[in-house]
Design a protein around this ligand. Sequence first.
Ligand code: ASP
Length: 430
Amino acid sequence: MKLHWKIIIGLALGLLYGIFAATQGLGGFTSNWIAPFGTIFISLLKLIAVPLILSSLITGVASLSNLKKLSRIGGKTITIYILTTAISVTIGLVIVNMLQPGDRVPDEMKIKLQETYQSAADTKASAAANVKDRGPLQPIVDIVPSNFFNAASSNRNMLQVVFVAIFIGIGLIQIPKNKSKPFLDFFEGLNAVVIKLVNIIMLMAPIGVFALIADTINTVAGDDLTNILELLGSLGYYMITVILGLLIHMSVTYSAILKIFTNMSLKDFYKGIAPAQLLAFSTSSSSATLPVTMECCEDKLGVSEEVSSFVLPLGATINMDGTALYQAVAAVFIAQTLGMDLTLGAQLTIVLTAVLASIGTAAVPGAGLIMLVIILEAIGVPSQGIALILGVDRILDMMRTTTNVTGDASVAVFIASTENQISPPKKEFD
Ligand code: ASP
């Protein structure tokens, strides 16, 4: 059986078990005996992320014949990332203005949501305050680490690792071959080992995904399913708006990129990328999914390692179309629910801040919600308003992370195609 089917079965069983556990009050059992398998699975994926980026990017950059090519690929990648993010925010804004989900929340539910999630909303707002106090150039300053081991010691510093790897790769191109060879040989070996490890970890994926989904339902619903049903009832329209936006973005924007600029059929693309999408959905983290996204792109879609090792780690950290679209819809939804009218200027501010905020959003669960606070403040909507959407945020996080990862993969295929770096897929994943 193909890996993605095994993962889908794990996901479905996790869903069924989660609902069963919530109705039977098995919350404690689930967090003690089921959830740890999900944690182990995610930890394994995170464990290999830094060595994977280092080894594949160093060997990738060092194999580029000249630096001109690197800057051309870099410029193209960043431009398309920003462009697609801006398109996704615009789609989100059009849909939320058309469907007006904020007008559908009953008044008593508004009060209840504000009360229930107030303290959680305050915590997120103070996390956002730390980010907001930084100067305008701080994100660029943050990319350059002052100590390599510090950078490599946290998966949150992925962009710093990307920077170091490119920097070392550039150095390697410029020294004599006999000096660079031993160094490169080491990283090529490391790269081969890490790729093998991804395959081994993926054997555990169905169980890991089962545990992750069961635990997510457990956390969202607690021991009382009526909780979540009530939430889905009152915020259902808002959720549909976000999901519809994400689907439109995926099926219009990404399909257009693939159809116009590449020879890849949509069927091949989605078949190839399915394991990464399922993992993004289950983990809500683009960075935890990164090793699998790279593996899928290289082995199943035929993207060269040179392109995938540069485009995908960068994309996992800065390209978050799903997050940006969600932030735009959520900001307008909160304003609508609070009875505030947003001017055209405010909506344009959303486009700008959502693109920037999604770039600054960490690729971990729930990070998009924290950056939403900054957008709300930019358009003068009280940030406590996030209490309204906190209850269903995890579910939407799963959806937006899937979009984020799909976006990274489509751009990788686009860059590889336009750079003539796409070849017939090497092998099947499983
Ligand atoms: N969980 C998302 C990701 O990792 C970020 C977010 O929107 O919260 O891509």
